[in-house]
Design a protein around this ligand. Structure first.
Ligand SMILES: Nc1ncnc2c1ncn2[C@@H]1O[C@H](COP(=O)(O)OP(=O)(O)OP(=O)(O)O)[C@@H](O)[C@H]1O
Length: 255
């Protein structure tokens, strides 16, 4: 069996917004190249937890993060909240895809090329190559190869979400945070994204917020269940597959 190594370790992590506790006493590990699902009722703090990993909570005035967050890199451990890693590098390593596709108001090609070239200083020709590769990995290339100059907003919702995924993959991230990536899509488009994520599993570390128990049962290696900002349970999906009907009933009651 492959040895599991952590990518992130959280020790006694808490998040407060203007004095209001959103997350408390979180102790957990996100394992490399595994799919970790974060589940729980609306308002439990799932999105806030995702934003701990890339310091996106810092964007909200009055937000404080306490405790220790460790990011394990090949050359050792860095602590993002101690300034061990520049923020642009952290955001590159910790890619995020949101609930609603947030394409940039520009061409399909430039949605990937522009951030690579202007934010990360990649040469345009290299950025074009990276864009092509990422679009293939996001299974969008065949649909857009003849219209890379078209406005990205002319794509369907599912295609826009795959473009957002391609933009994130082009950055060569260590981890992909996916915040309910299918919830704004119709059934067919949602299915397409789920199938795409199945192809990424094992090659990327995935942290997925989802309300779909079926999807979690198919894809998850680990499931973290939050309740009122705390870790309520940490499960392996096999614990849900018949071995513990009581847990399944409890989770189903949340959705
Ligand atoms: N920027 C913010 N300003 C004020 N309150 C916030 C902010 N972000 C989150 N919260 C509050 O923190 C709590 C947790 O929110 P969060 O979005 O993390 O929950 P969630 O589990 O992802 O919910 P949902 O499933 O509905 O998306 C909620 O009470 C929410 O109102």
């Amino acid at each position: 069996m492959e040895k599991m190594t952590p990518l992130f370790t959280l020790r006694d992590v808490g998040v407060a917004l203007n004095g209001k506790r959103i997350l408390s006493a979180l102790n957990l590990e996100i394992m490399k190249n595994r799919a970790t699902f974060v589940m729980g009722r609306s308002g439990a703090g799932k999105t806030t937890l995702l934003r701990v990993f890339n310091r996106l909570n810092d964007c909200f005035p009055g937000c404080t993060t306490t405790g220790e967050v460790q990011l394990h890199r090949d050359h050792g451990v860095v602590r993002p909240y101690s300034g061990d890693i520049p923020l642009p590098e952290l955001r590159r390593l910790v890619g995020m895809v949101f609930q609603h596709p947030n394409v940039l108001p520009m061409s399909i090609g430039n949605n990937i090329v522009m951030p690579l070239a202007t934010v990360h200083g990649v040469k345009r020709a290299d950025a074009m190559d990276a864009a092509r590769q990422a679009l293939k990995e996001a299974q969008l290339w065949d649909e857009v190869r003849d219209r890379l100059d078209a406005d990205a907003r002319t794509l369907s919702g599912g295609q826009q979400q795959r473009l957002c995924l391609a933009r994130t993959l082009a950055m060569k991230p260590s981890v992909l945070l996916l915040d309910e990536p299918t919830s704004s899509l119709d059934h067919k488009a949602a299915k397409g994204i789920e199938e795409l994520l199945e192809t990424l599993k094992g090659r990327y570390t995935l942290v997925v917020v989802s309300h779909s128990l079926d999807f979690a049962l198919r894809l998850a290696d680990d499931i973290i269940v939050l309740r009122e900002g705390r870790t309520h349970r940490h499960l392996l999906p096999r614990e849900l597959k018949g071995e513990s009907a009581a847990i399944l009933t409890e989770l189903e009651a949340m959705y």
